[in-house]
Write a protein of this length. Structure first.
Length: 431
């Protein structure tokens, strides 16, 4: 008999002594999850979280009732920052074990990055770990370079350099090329861009202590697009994809960038700094221009960008933005097919002008708490200044659902991985 705690799945009601509405029943072998009529996957995830909260360290799923998605829902509820591999999946006719292993591999890496401390996950280490992870999946098809410190200025990646120059640990841009075609001149089918702020103090627009505590997660966008690429590779994508991670620590020092500074970007856009805590869009601007230079017809960026997105959609949804409305609609559908909730928020060309500056083409925010009304849309409008083709083929994902500050009925504290499946599905469908 297995030493692990056995968990089964049943459509039958529990015995009467457990209560008519009980989601769990127990016997000498383990537990049975009794399915509710509605929201089955959420029901399973909550039951898994309940088991985890009872101190059970590891489980083995058992029986023919499990399918791929129900097993993954259980894993997502049971896993925690301290237990990243606590579930043994069941191999049955309804389950795709290869897919579950791929999901788990991507999820474990993502959680290690997002939940890791800023002392261990700093700009250069994040870029290096991302490159090593993707290279481990397809070593013969991956090449990369890391542009570091003042070398960023030589390439005119001014935003990453400015945000990260206040730290003793230099900012970097990772440029990774996944090319399974065997043709060095193959067109790039898609480019991914991730915000990699490994710690965000807010800079001189300093965050309060409680707001700064979880800011090791501010590189969630970089982790999400990397995990999405890893999942697409494991699912068999055969197109050339480029990955750009914009990595920096946003700290205070005598070398840090300041309010009132004006940045001149590679495309000539000038930006006045009115809030050093609106730094994510400054580094993403470089990544989006680098992505545009590849000629890729599809550009996806992901970032834990704004508190305004959290206010708008909560922690259950990621927010979608784009000037290409058809693409945004498609990505929303891809998210739904991957059981990741996403919802579009407004973005029009005129959002580019919602952060005016008397000294530059635009400011990086409004000089108001949270960036003022429409802060998430205004941030997306800022980004749209740096994408090619008037925004056609570009989608921006504001990752409101990627991190939980505290444990709840469905999730443990920390990274959720929500967004990585959406990125993978979009690559496979559109690249």
């Amino acid at each position: 008999m297995s030493e692990k705690f056995i968990v089964r799945l049943s459509e039958q009601a529990p015995a009467a002594h457990w209560g008519s509405n009980a989601s769990l029943s127990f016997d000498e072998q383990g537990a049975t999850i009794h399915l509710a009529e509605q929201e089955t996957l959420k029901h399973i995830q909550r039951a898994a979280r309940s088991l985890a909260q009872q101190g059970i360290p590891a489980v083995e799923l058992n029986g023919e009732a499990w399918c791929t998605e129900s097993q993954w829902a259980f894993y997502q509820g049971f896993v925690s920052p301290k237990q990243l591999d606590p579930v043994t999946f069941v191999d049955n006719e309804q389950s795709d074990i290869k897919e579950l292993v791929a999901l788990q591999r991507a999820a474990i890496w993502t959680r290690q990055m997002i939940n890791g401390t800023a002392e261990d996950i700093y700009p250069e280490s994040l870029a290096g770990k991302a490159a090593e992870f993707i290279q481990s999946l397809a070593p013969e098809h991956v090449s990369y370079q890391i542009i570091k410190g003042d070398a960023l200025l030589e390439h005119q990646w001014i935003g990453i350099h400015e945000v990260g120059r206040g730290s003793e640990r230099p900012p970097v841009l990772l440029e990774l090329d996944f090319n399974p075609t065997g043709d060095e001149d193959a067109p790039v089918s898609a480019a991914l861009v991730g915000k990699g702020i490994t710690f965000d103090s807010g800079g001189y627009s300093i965050k309060p202590s409680e707001g700064m505590l979880a800011m090791k997660c501010d590189m969630g966008g970089a982790a999400t697009v990397t995990a999405g690429l890893s999942l697409a590779i494991q699912r068999g994508i055969d197109k050339r994809i480029k990955l750009f991670l914009c990595c920096a620590e946003n700290l205070i020092s005598g070398h840090a960038y300041k309010l009132g500074d004006i940045l001149t970007y590679k495309n000539g856009t000038t930006v006045e700094i009115v809030n050093t805590d609106a730094e994510g869009r400054l580094v993403l601007a470089d990544g989006l221009m680098a992505a545009g230079e590849t000629g890729a017809p599809l550009i996806i960026d992901a970032a834990t960008l704004t508190g305004a997105a959290l206010v708008a959609v909560g922690q259950e949804y990621n927010a979608l933005f784009g000037l290409d409305k058809e693409l945004v609609s498609e990505v929303q559908q891809f998210a739904s097919e991957e059981f990741e909730a996403a919802w579009p928020l407004p973005l029009e060309k005129w959002h580019q002008h919602n952060c005016p500056s008397p000294y530059a083409d635009t400011a990086n925010s409004r000089a108001q708490k949270g960036g003022g009304y429409g802060g998430a849309s205004n941030a997306a409008g800022f980004l749209s200044r740096f994408v090619p083709n008037d925004g056609q083929g570009w989608v921006h994902i504001d990752l409101a659902a990627s991190f939980q500050n505290s444990a709840g009925a469905q999730w443990a504290s920390g990274a959720t991985t929500l967004g990585m499946r959406t990125v993978a599905r979009t690559l496979l469908a559109k690249a």
